[in-house]
Design a binder for this molecule. Sequence first.
Ligand SMILES: [Zn+2]
Length: 316
Amino acid sequence: MFWSLISHRLAPGGRNGKLSIFIFHRVLPVADPLLPFEPSAKQFAWMTRFIARAFNVLPLGEAARRLQEGSLPPAAACITFDDGYADNLLVAWPILKRYGVPATFFIATAFLEGGRMWNDDVIEAFRFAKGEELDLDACGLGRHQISDAAARVRGYEAVLGKLKYFEHFERSAIAQQIAARCAVPTANELMMTHRQLRTLASEGAEIGGHTRTHPILEKLDDTAAQEEITVGKQELEELLGKPVQVFAYPNGVPGRDCSTRHGEMAHQAGFTAAVTTRQACATGAADPFQLPRFTPWDRTPLRFALRSLTTLAKTN
Ligand SMILES: [Zn+2]
């Protein structure tokens, strides 16, 4: 097939192996105007079909080991999901199974069983808010037009951009306040339950650590960062009854959100590899605790394919 001829040429495997690690968060059952950057099931199906045809997809733990050993197959890739959304099991997993490709799911344990991450508190607040404007001046977050879906998206993006680097607990408290003010129901099924996570693992998905509460590790002192990494891993292992090997840094931009210091902590906790969100593909020279990831943002099959292969052509 055409794409696999190109990908095999760009990434021949073995000692010259390259690893493309795709990153996703959610896959929506149908497109949602308030979440324009998350793929729908239909879009994810053609993305997965392309990845399955053009790449040799492996679970991340195995791929990271073989990258170091110099024994990767040609055009090696991993498909990863961050955070633990229920749609990963309900929408993405059946599509992955249909195309016979493995995947790795990084779970922030504190939000399982009906929790909601702070960013979703804000997004849902902008969904539920009534009227023409959402006034968040009282918490220093400005006033936002909400006359249509596009305006609501611009509004929550501005708020998320400001809140992202607030102190961890303050950020959660403000996001919850905003959600409450906009009458967002507290009960929700956004994230997986323990039972759903066990189902995903029992069907062969690889589960990885993503801390407990999804802090920006660089913002925590070392003791707190180590605890987030270690306790998240222990909680997953207790839930699943088996070891959890791989880790993803929350937010994951090296130098800004995490550093090699956190790689050492992940190693200390017993992980064998960790992924960031630096946009590149990994070569054998890569630090196994700083593996880059990328997903083309394109929403047409041709552009998605071209960008996947262009990233492969670049060397770090
Ligand atoms: Zn995350």
